[in-house]
Design a protein around this ligand. Structure first.
Ligand SMILES: C[S@@+](CC[C@H](N)C(=O)[O-])C[C@H]1O[C@@H](n2cnc3c(N)ncnc32)[C@H](O)[C@@H]1O
Length: 278
């Protein structure tokens, strides 16, 4: 029996770990599960050197993906409060398994968001993928939290007179990926700006935010910086240790993880100044 504590992360298979979270305990789930696309952590592409990418990454065979999704998502359903929401990121390849699991488990789909990032991997014989899907779902449509003016007041406008509030609430989000040149990284990570947007619209200070698939720990880190509580799981030891170090030391970027040298000693208060998002 493991006692799951808030503001803690665990080096566990989330399907096992979530069993120790009480029913209706979590306010918000933001997660980016493996996509079952035979992903390799060290694979290089034209704009990324692999030497600072931490090895590991637990991928799921395609034929097991639906069952895997049902297993983690049924735990997610159980631990989520009636007032809560869940955001699940997915590539297009196995999106149908995610959508079918959402329906099969009784989640209600609120929005199907498209996250468009600046550019994808160049392809010769097909179009370049430069988006992810993000499924915004809940258990109770009437009770879920949503704060429509969390980021812009109703009358805020840009220089062209377009409503910033309206623009921000469209379901296509253009947010740049973060490139961490010179810092240690895990192979995929959600930009802090994306997580911030979700947190501000659908949670309050003091809420409990869960990420069953932590990777580098981005969701927990940004939740902490916005005064939310966090719980998370990561099955790969090195990724877990990387996320734990970032959280324990309030350190967004780390130059040399193996030698435990500090990139800087800035606190989370300065988190957003450290981001290289445009
Ligand atoms: C797409 S990545 C998440 C990236 C993360 N959102 C970030 O911003 O860094 C998925 C992560 O889930 C982990 N993972 C795969 N299966 C898992 C399981 N059963 N339990 C916990 N973590 C798992 C992988 O090792 C990988 O780090």
């Amino acid at each position: 029996m493991i006692k799951i504590e808030i503001d803690n992360i665990y080096n566990l298979d989330c399907i096992e770990g979530m069993k120790f979270i009480p029913d209706s305990f979590v306010d918000l789930i933001i997660t980016d599960p493996p996509f079952a696309i035979d992903f390799k952590a060290k694979k290089e592409n034209y704009n990324r050197k692999s030497e600072r990418v931490i090895e590991g990454y637990n991928e799921i065979p395609k034929q097991l993906y639906y069952d895997f999704t049902i297993q983690w998502m049924s735990q997610a359903f159980r631990v989520l409060k009636e007032t809560g929401s869940m955001f699940v990121f997915s590539g297009w390849n196995n999106l149908k398994d995610i959508l079918n699991a959402i329906d099969a488990l009784g989640f209600i789909t609120v929005n199907h968001i498209i996250w468009k990032y600046q550019f994808g991997v160049v392809t010769k014989r097909k179009f370049v993928t430069s988006h992810y899907h993000c499924l915004y779902v809940c258990k109770n449509e009437k009770k879920r939290k949503f704060f429509p003016y969390a980021r812009f007041t109703p009358d805020a406008k840009d220089n062209d007179g377009t409503s910033l509030h309206y623009k921000d609430k469209e379901d296509v989000w253009f947010i740049k990926r973060e490139y961490w040149a010179g810092s240690v990284k895990t192979p995929t990570k959600l930009p802090a700006e994306l997580i911030t947007k979700i947190l501000l619209y659908t949670s309050e200070k003091g809420d409990i935010v869960l990420d069953p698939f932590l990777g580098s720990g981005q969701v927990a880190l940004v939740a902490k910086s916005l005064e939310r509580h966090y719980i998370g799981f990561e099955i790969v030891k090195e990724y877990y240790e990387f996320a734990a170090k970032r959280l324990n030391e309030n350190n967004y970027k780390i130059k040399d993880f193996k030698n435990f040298e500090e990139d800087n000693s800035k606190s989370m208060i300065n988190l957003f100044k450290l981001l290289d998002v445009g």
